[in-house]
Write a protein that binds this ligand. Sequence first.
Ligand SMILES: Nc1ncnc2c1ncn2[C@@H]1O[C@H](COP(=O)(O)OP(=O)(O)O)[C@@H](O)[C@H]1O
Ligand SMILES: [Mg+2]
Length: 244
Amino acid sequence: MNQLLQLEGVSKSFGGLRALHDVGFSVEAGEIFAIIGPNGAGKTTLFNCIAGAQKPTSGSIIFQERRIDGLRPHEICRSGLVRTFQIVKPFLGMTVADNVRVAAYVHERRNAGADAVARAMLKQVGLDDYADVGADELNIAQLRRLEIARAMATRPRMVLLDEMLAGLTATETEAICEELREIARQGVALVVVEHSIPVVSSLCSRAVVINFGEVMAHGATLDVIRDPRVQEAYLGKVEAVAWS
Ligand SMILES: Nc1ncnc2c1ncn2[C@@H]1O[C@H](COP(=O)(O)OP(=O)(O)O)[C@@H](O)[C@H]1O
Ligand SMILES: [Mg+2]
């Protein structure tokens, strides 16, 4: 068994609202896996449950053969699973390097060690020239790169990326996709929430489609996006956006 992350019967309710119902899928080490579905489908809630920001109402989430549902976000992060946010949340009053250094302290005790990790991660995402500028001086594509560097500084085995590519130009998107592929080649699994079907097709080997909080399809990306139910429920509606 090579499953890094396994969800079984995961449900989450907010009062009377059923945001997730009986969600199950698994992600293997080093793969790039997509979660797709319309706005309001429950994708961010799913990330919140996996990363520990919210506790599922029922079901189990297993990461590296250990149950993590109910653990705190920092415990889950220390175990090697980290997420980025749909709305980027850097510390704008700090330098770019300090933003990454803070994340490196998840494993590094010494300042010099954290500093070295921060420099290496900034180099990996192409922000080495910006190490000493304030994070508030970065544009949106650079902020997304900073999010990747911060996530990678925690030495993850899996990163959850919530709409990392939204609002970027085609050129910026392709550049970041290439970096994500390189990270996956290094053995880190990536789970991406992404609306653009061309991007999902080129980046992700497998995908799950969530619709109204439930799994509608799950499997190889091309099979999933050709599924007639998916076409009807999702792709028809967002095609104009996704292909623009
Ligand atoms: N903290 C919350 N309290 C109440 N309802 C929520 C909360 N978070 C999300 N929801 C609801 O859960 C549903 C799924 O939302 P979300 O997970 O953000 O969807 P997606 O990320 O797929 O667009 C929506 O109906 C949303 O309004
Ligand atoms: Mg969302």
